[in-house]
Design a protein around this ligand. Structure first.
Ligand SMILES: *Cc1c(COP(=O)(O)O)cnc(C)c1O
Length: 397
């Protein structure tokens, strides 16, 4: 029999969410998550995926996945430390380390998993973590799991970080202190100030940790934000995802050989969660090869991003501090944000509203994600829809 405490809790909580307009309906795609998607029998220009380079729908990756699946099976059969490490996993990790320019890399079932794994493997009670206030949810959860004292600093405010690093160091209370940040902030598209963070880390002896989920495959010739700044030797832990620009699923931690050995011995998702399936690993290996070997793929992504951003700015939209293809149209009011998204939908453009609690209250926006797979015609259709919808709603002149 169902627990009445649970069912009344669920009913009350769901009603409250729905009443506040915060319950999100989830739409299902009727085909691949490419530059054009189909839903409810209609097609839409898709501006909401993380498929930056179009690799999620690339036939070469699909072929690699099928071939490995036929050869090795659909599942890997065990966790990494028992016998779920195929030669393919080792090959992927070698390719990732070479691509990142680090000694080693360790793959996990997801990027989220990496933060569950790596933070608590190196930090503990008695340590402190200096964390940017806009860090991703998985960093926040990973920090909590570590039991270290988490000290938030104001977003990309290097004076605040330096002051808090000094205070933590001078207190003498902590065995280890880490500075942790997104490489590219996923809701605004701005890049972390890594050269300053590396300097502050040197001054106060901090461990440096960069979660580059949105920088990998996008910045630094694809190798990410750390490479973009030429800081490979000065950042201790780099997290990347195989689920965004790489187009598949999974994540990895890149760093020294000792770091990798320690993560393989002590990080809990590595020890207690079944390893990535062979198809995903083979597709990721193929993807890394394509990213590393096709600068024109990145070129197309950045061209499309510049085209869309210029067009939206000319229409009168505010895009905030973005420095990457992440293209937020800042609206503010939650309800107005939802109305803009709904109007775009009616005009054949799929661009999701992002509102509280993903961003602060009153900071509603539509986050547009141009990809290498979009054509100028698709982006023109999106811009025309933005023009009409914005004028109808009085958001732009
Ligand atoms: C998307 C994202 C993740 C999660 O990666 P998945 O591979 O989708 O689990 C982790 N960190 C950041 C900063 C992200 O943007």
């Amino acid at each position: 029999m169902a627990s009445s405490t649970l069912s009344s809790f669920l009913r009350r909580s769901l009603t409250e969410l729905r009443d506040r307009g915060l319950y999100q309906q989830i739409d299902s795609l009727e085909g691949p998550n490419g530059p054009v998607i189909s839903m409810r029998g209609r097609s839409f220009v898709n501006l909401s995926s993380n498929n930056y380079l179009g690799l999620a729908t690339d036939s070469r990756l699909a072929e690699a996945a099928v071939e490995a699946t036929v050869r090795y099976g659909v599942g890997s059969g065990a966790v990494r430390t028992i016998n779920g490490t195929l030669a393919l996993h080792a090959e992927l990790e070698e390719k990732l380390a070479a691509f990142k320019g680090t000694e080693a890399a360790v793959a996990y079932p997801s990027g989220f998993n990496c933060n569950m794994a790596a933070i608590s493997a190196v930090m503990d009670a008695g340590d402190a973590i200096l964390s940017d206030e806009l860090n991703h949810a998985s960093i926040i959860d990973g920090c909590r799991l570590s039991k270290a004292n988490v000290i938030r600093y104001r977003h990309s405010d290097m004076d605040d970080l330096r002051a808090k690093a000094r205070e933590a160091r001078e207190s003498g209370r902590y065995a280890k202190i880490m500075a942790i940040t997104d490489g590219v902030f996923s809701m605004d598209g701005d890049i972390a100030r890594l050269p300053d963070i590396a300097d502050i880390a040197e001054e106060y002896d901090l461990i440096t940790y960069v979660d580059d989920a949105h920088g990998s495959g996008v910045l630094g010739g694809g190798a990410g934000t750390v490479k973009h700044f030429g800081l490979t030797d000065r950042i201790d832990l780099q997290i990347g995802t195989l689920s965004k620009a790489v187009g598949v699923v999974g994540g990895y931690v890149a760093g020294t050989r000792d770091l990798a050995d320690w993560l393989k011995a002590r990080s809990r998702p590595f020890l207690f969660s079944t390893s990535l399936p062979p198809g995903a690993v083979a597709a990721s290996i193929a993807a890394i090869g394509l990213v590393a070997g096709s600068p024109e793929l990145l070129g197309r992504l950045w061209d499309n991003a510049e085209y869309l951003q210029r067009g939206l700015r000319e229409l009168g939209y505010a895009l905030g501090p973005t420095e990457t293809p992440i293209t937020p149209c800042l609206v503010g009011d939650e309800e107005m944000t939802q109305r803009l998204s709904a109007s775009l939908y009616e005009k054949g453009v799929y661009a999701r509203a992002i509102v509280f609690p993903t961003v602060p209250r009153g900071a509603g926006r539509i986050r547009n994600m141009p990809t290498a797979g979009h054509t100028k015609e698709m982006l023109d259709l999106a811009l025309a829809a933005y023009g009409e919808a914005g004028r109808e709603l009085g958001l732009i002149p």
